[in-house]
Design a protein around this ligand. Structure first.
Ligand code: 6R9
Length: 653
């Protein structure tokens, strides 16, 4: 692509080699793009191997900086304060533009509001907001004064919100009264009040909220009560002058809870300097963002994609972006294409599930729009199947756009394996090549690194600036989850690499294709949901004895949730019970995690050591009825269970 930052593979290869061979020089060059109150003196100090001491990751040592300063003040000082930061598009027909000057003023005022609530450097603030401008503003206000934000996606239930607030010990919660999602009113205040009650009643958690700040977005949610403080009222009394807190490189920036294969969600910790450099550098190169471009990411700030590619990466680059409150199919399946033409969007970033959903309405919707401003089409969150890739490229990109299938995780802070527009020749279904500084290694079942074309466990051999620094309050879980890999016989097969939890394939050209999780995490519409969390939610149902959950292929969501539930003696799996079980998951986690199918299980298939044989359950969920396709079933304690499960599968719903 003419004029791209990286315009061909020779240039990519040269930069990639330098990033690995001369990292000081490479990151020295890249870090010139930022404002450093104090420059770093040591690039990194890293230990991945727990046998040599605690796992520890530090980057850009000796530096002092601030992400909000880099995202706002720096651009304003350069005379760009009147540039548009956000074109906000509401769920229905509202819209409004915000300049960098306006966002700066809101951030400073809200930072002062937080200070007036006693928030100081190192304190945690919980944010539970829909996609209104106050969401990135609240995040940047925290960053400005060194407070740690913990954003909870607006689709989580009161229970899930309460447990996250208690875990990170946030005393201030920022929320909204209500919001429309397509045609449905989401009453956030009700959820927040319930979470508040749950916290007050939970003696063990021993934690409560001191203040609840409410953005008045939709009054249909009902009037504010005594415990709610209106955002506007607090802002009206706040000064717009707020000095920046200069942060050390490894001072915490945020926590973001994500699901793993075991236990409750973990608070992934990101810190200051490394995350800043990683989110902003990947944004610039992967979207080939150039001054004047209009960029749009449809993610919610409640997930990592919204953190790195709405609030931080784009803002630090001084980008103009669309901030979208609604859903891609409301009021019609042409909504995205209308917005792209309205603002002449150059880079569009969404999830495969959205592409597949829009695809199901037919190409007449994108074809009915110009879309000629588009240059880069991004994809994130789950594997994009070649059919959806081709539709996206042909009907949205008109064969003229680069398709950027970006593989990364909450834990990686930003893109890891991704094409660079203009440089990387593309292949449908492939996330293609590693970003600068990323050194993948594919391990076989014995933990041995493989060469050339191969398939296996995806690991990363060395640290990169955006890597997570820990799991909040749990160093042991951090080390076990990300740096120790075990085989089926529970032998440790790797202890000095970052374990991604994904499997992948590499072809003869060195291109990577991510094939899915190797752990018990289900990826539904790009949302990570742990089977352990789902099972513990289902077991809250009063007549549930045991539950096992697996994923099964779904044409739009990628994966959907299938639950096998054993009920107390004498209880039948009626449609009412199925409904009640789904309701339990809605209230324990959130509606987006409700199982798609539930079936009765007289018992679960287990090995002699008591392990649930999920492999068998996955086959049943996928509709396989021929037992010869179930693989080795010799270790099952009671083979007759399989026939009973297959019989009951007919009534799954
Ligand atoms: C950014 C984000 C991470 C998991 C990851 C993988 C899956 C993400 C992908 C992809 C194939 C891609 N994933 N991007 N799989 N191709 N381009 O989604 O973070 O919510 O933490 O999920 O999502 O399985 O391990 P997160």
């Amino acid at each position: 692509m003419a004029g791209a930052y990286v315009s061909n593979m020779a240039q990519y290869n040269k930069m990639y080699r330098q990033s690995l061979d001369e990292p000081e020089k490479f990151w020295g060059m890249m870090s010139k793009d930022f404002y450093w109150k104090e420059m770093w003196h040591t690039l990194n100090e890293v230990n991945f191997d727990y046998t040599k001491g605690p796992v520890s990751i530090k980057w850009f040592l000796g530096s002092k900086t601030n992400l909000a300063y880099n995202a706002l003040d720096r651009h304003i000082e350069a005379g760009k304060g009147d540039n548009i930061a956000f074109y906000w598009e509401g769920n229905d027909d509202e819209s409004r533009a915000y300049t960098y000057n306006e966002v700066y003023e809101m951030v400073c005022k809200f930072a002062n509001v937080l200070k007036s609530k006693g928030i100081k450097k190192g304190d945690t603030v919980a944010i539970y907001l829909p996609m209104v401008v106050e969401l990135p503003v609240a995040m940047l206000a925290c960053a400005r004064i060194g407070a740690v934000h913990s954003v909870v996606f607006g689709g989580f239930s009161a229970d899930a919100l309460a447990s996250r607030v208690a875990d990170c010990k946030a005393r201030v919660l920022v929320t909204a009264d209500g919001v429309m999602r397509a045609k449905k009113l989401v009453n956030l205040l009700d959820i927040v009040d319930n979470a508040d009650k749950i916290l007050k009643a939970d003696k063990e958690a021993n934690h409560k909220l001191d203040s609840i700040i409410v953005v008045e977005r939709n009054s249909k949610a009902g009037p504010l009560k005594e415990q709610h403080e209106p955002w506007n009222k607090l802002m009206a009394g706040a000064s717009a002058d707020c000095p920046v807190e200069w942060m050390d490189a490894e001072d915490p920036l945020f926590l973001l809870y994500t699901s793993g294969s075991t236990g409750k969600p973990k608070g992934v910790l990101h810190t200051t300097a490394g995350y800043m450099v990683w989110s902003a550098t990947t944004f610039k190169y992967v979207f080939d963002y150039r001054p004047g471009d209009v960029y749009w990411c449809t993610a919610d700030c409640g997930w990592i994609t919204g953190h790195s590619y709405i609030t931080y990466g784009p803002m630090i680059n001084g980008a103009t972006q669309v901030l979208f409150e609604g859903v891609p199919t409301h009021p019609t399946p042409a909504r995205c294409w209308e917005i792209i033409d309205k603002y002449k969007v150059n880079q569009f970033y969404t999830a495969p599930t959205a592409v597949r959903s829009l695809m199901s309405f037919g190409e007449q919707y994108p074809e009915g729009h110009s879309l000629k401003s588009l240059r880069v089409l991004g994809s994130v969150g789950e594997p994009i199947n070649p059919e959806a890739w081709r539709w996206y490229s042909k009907h949205v990109g008109r064969g003229q756009c680069s398709i950027s299938d970006t593989w990364w995780q909450t834990e990686t802070g930003g893109h890891m394996i991704t094409p660079l527009p203009g440089a990387t020749p593309q292949k449908p279904g492939f996330a293609t090549k590693p970003f600068f500084g990323v050194e993948p290694a594919i391990l076989d079942p014995d933990g041995k690194e493989q060469d050339g074309a191969c398939a296996g466990y995806l690991t990363i051999k060395r640290s990169w600036p955006g890597q997570l620094r820990g799991i909040y309050g749990d160093q042991e879980r951090f080390e076990k989850t990300y740096f120790q890999l075990f085989n089926g016989a529970n032998e440790m097969i790797s202890k000095d690499k970052y374990i991604t939890g994904d499997a992948c394939r590499r072809d003869k050209d060195g291109y990577y294709c991510i094939t899915g999780r190797i752990d018990d995490v289900i990826n539904v519409s790009g949302h990570r949901i742990g089977t352990a969390e789902l099972e513990s939610a289902l077991s809250q149902f009063e007549h549930c004895v045991e539950a096992a959950v697996v994923g099964f292929p779904h044409p739009i969501k990628g994966e959907a949730i299938y639950a096998f539930v054993t009920l107390e003696q004498g209880y039948e799996m009626t449609p009412e019970v199925q409904k009640a079980l789904k309701q339990v998951v809605r209230s324990e986690i959130g509606a987006f995690a409700a199982p798609d199918k539930i079936q009765f299980a007289p018992a679960l298939p287990k090995t002699r050591s008591g392990k649930i044989m999920r492999r068998i359950l996955r086959r049943i969920a996928a509709g396989v009825t021929d037992v010869s396709e179930f693989g080795d079933i010799s270790t099952i304690t009671d083979p007759s269970i399989i026939d009973e499960l297959l019989e009951n599968a007919k009534h799954a719903s």
